[in-house]
Design a protein around this ligand. Structure first.
Ligand SMILES: [Fe+2]
Ligand SMILES: [Fe+2]
Length: 403
C-alpha cells in the first residue's frame, strides 16, 4: 500500500512548490496538502495519514500545537516539523510531540530522505496499536537522582560541557533525548553523531542548558511507577550493560566510534521495557508476573501480549529520533542477534554479549529464564573463543561497582 503523506503550510505558494517538487514521488506516496492546522486536522479525520510534515510558524494554530493535537488524536502518525533557524525555542519545546525535525529552507533530497526513513520505520512495527503506543511517548523519564544532579549543576553556573556529558551518559532518558536533538536535521548535522561528548560539544551550552532545565524534555517517574517496577535497577542494569559493552568492544580493539556506539546501545538496550512500563503499567506488570509465574522468557510473553517485544519498541523509538543505525540495530536485535545477517563484530555483538554476561554476574531483575548467549552467532562473528575473556571483564566490572 502507498504511504499517505500530508503536508501543512499556511502559504499556498509553498504548498504548490512542494507539489511540483515532489511530483517524482507520486508512485510511492499519496500526497495531500493542507493550508493551515485546522484544515489538516479535518483532512485527517477522513484519511489514513501515515506521515505529517508541518511548517512551524503559522498564524492561528502553529506547527507545534498542530503536532500536539495529532499526537493526541492520531498517535500512530509520524510527525515531522519544518522550522527556520530562529525557531530554536519552539523546536525545543515541541520535542516531546515531534519525531523528526527539518530546517528551512529544506532541500528536496533531505525532505525525501526523512520521509522515506519515517516510512521504512513504520514498516518495522506493523501493529497499529503498538505504533500508537510509541507515538504517544513524550519522553523517556530520567533517573530522578541524575535529573536533580544535572539541574543543580547547570543552575550553579560553574560547570563544563564535559561534566554535563558525564552525567548525561549515565542516564537513559537524557542520553536518548540528547541523541534525538543532535541527530535531527534541524541542527544541521551532516553525519550521525553517536558519542555523548560529541553531542554535547556540538549542541553547545545554551541548548544543553535548556534541555537540562526543560520539563518538556525530561520527565520524572511517578512514585506509583517506581512502586510497581524496579525502575532504579533497570537504570543500573542499563548503565552496567553499556559499560560492559564498551569494555568488550575495546577489548576487541574496535574503532572509537563503535566503542561508543556499543556503550550507548548498551545503555539504551532495554528502553522498550521503560516504555511499556510507563504507557501500559498494569498490563506490563501482568506480563512480568506471568513470565515469573510460568518461568517463560519476558520477550515471549511481551510478544504474546503486545505483538512485539521491548527490543523492537525501543529500537523503533530510537530510529524515529534519528539515532544511528548501528545503535538501532543493536537495540532491536539484542535478544536475537542471529537475525542480523552480519558476520563480523559490531556494536550488536557487544550489546548481546554484555546483556547476557552482565546478568550472569549481577543477577536478573525479574526471576524468569535468563537470555543465553547465541553461540552460533558468536561463532559466525569469529569471537566465540573470546567469551571467557568477556566474562572476566564482567566480573571485574561488578567488583568495581561493589567496592
Ligand atoms: Fe532486553
Ligand atoms: Fe537487558
Amino acid at each position: 500500500m502507498m504511504n499517505q503523506i500530508l503536508f501543512v503550510d499556511d502559504e499556498q505558494k509553498i504548498l504548490d512548490g512542494l507539489r511540483r517538487n515532489l511530483r517524482s514521488m507520486r508512485d510511492q506516496w499519496t500526497m495531500m496538502f493542507a493550508c493551515g492546522g485546522e484544515e489538516a486536522l479535518t483532512m485527517m479525520e477522513g484519511a489514513a495519514v501515515d506521515v505529517i510534515v508541518s511548517d512551524m510558524r503559522m498564524p492561528g494554530m502553529d506547527g507545534a500545537e498542530l503536532l500536539r493535537q495529532v499526537q493526541q488524536r492520531h498517535p500512530h502518525v509520524i510527525r515531522v516539523i519544518l522550522s527556520g533557524q530562529s525557531d530554536k525555542e519552539m523546536v525545543l519545546e515541541s520535542i516531546g510531540s515531534t519525531h523528526l525535525f527539518l530546517s528551512k529552507p529544506c532541500e528536496k533530497e533531505a525532505l525525501q530522505a526523512t520521509i522515506e526513513r519515517a516510512c521504512a520505520l513504520r514498516a518495522i512495527l506493523q501493529d497499529k496499536g503498538l505504533r500508537a503506543l510509541v507515538g504517544r511517548m513524550r519522553s523517556i523519564p530520567s533517573m530522578p537522582k541524575l535529573y536533580a544532579e544535572i539541574k543543580s549543576l547547570v543552575e550553579s553556573d560553574q560547570w563544563s560541557l564535559k561534566e554535563v556529558g558525564q552525567i548525561i551518559s549515565r542516564d537513559v532518558g537524557m542520553t536518548a533525548r540528547v541523541l534525538q536533538v543532535v541527530n535531527s536535521a534541524y541542527f544541521g548535522t551532516a553525519e550521525n553523531i553517536s558519542t555523548i561528548e560529541q553531542a554535547v560539544n556540538f549542541l553547545g551550552v545554551d541548548v544543553i542548558e535548556s534541555l537540562a532545565l526543560s520539563e518538556h524534555v525530561f520527565s520524572k517517574c511517578s512514585d506509583e511507577l517506581v512502586e510497581m517496577f524496579p525502575i532504579d535497577r533497570l537504570w543500573l542494569e542499563g548503565a552496567g550493560t553499556g559499560t560492559l559493552a564498551r569494555e568488550i568492544a575495546r577489548a576487541e580493539q574496535r574503532p572509537l566510534v563503535e566503542v561508543e556506539q556499543a556503550f550507548i546501545a548498551g545503555l539504551l538496550h532495554d528502553t522498550g521495557i521503560l516504555m511499556f512500563a510507563i504507557n501500559h503499567s498494569r498490563r506490563y506488570r501482568a506480563v512480568l508476573d506471568k513470565a515469573q509465574a510460568q518461568q517463560r522468557k519476558i520477550t515471549e510473553v511481551e510478544q504474546k501480549e503486545f505483538n512485539s517485544s521491548h527490543a523492537e519498541v525501543g529500537a523503533y523509538l530510537l530510529g524515529l529520533w534519528g539515532v544511528s543505525e548501528a545503535i538501532v540495530e543493536a537495540v532491536a536485535l539484542h535478544h536475537r542477534p542471529g537475525d542480523s545477517g552480519g558476520t563480523g563484530f559490531t556494536p550488536l555483538t557487544a550489546v548481546h554479549a554484555a546483556d547476557v554476561l552482565y546478568q550472569e554476574v549481577a543477577g536478573a531483575i525479574i526471576d524468569c529464564p535468563p537470555s543465553l548467549l547465541d553461540m552460533a552467532y558468536l561463532e559466525r562473528a569469529n569471537v566465540a573463543d573470546r567469551v571467557p575473556q568477556w566474562r572476566e571483564l564482567a566480573s571485574q566490572l561488578i567488583q568495581e561497582v561493589k567496592s
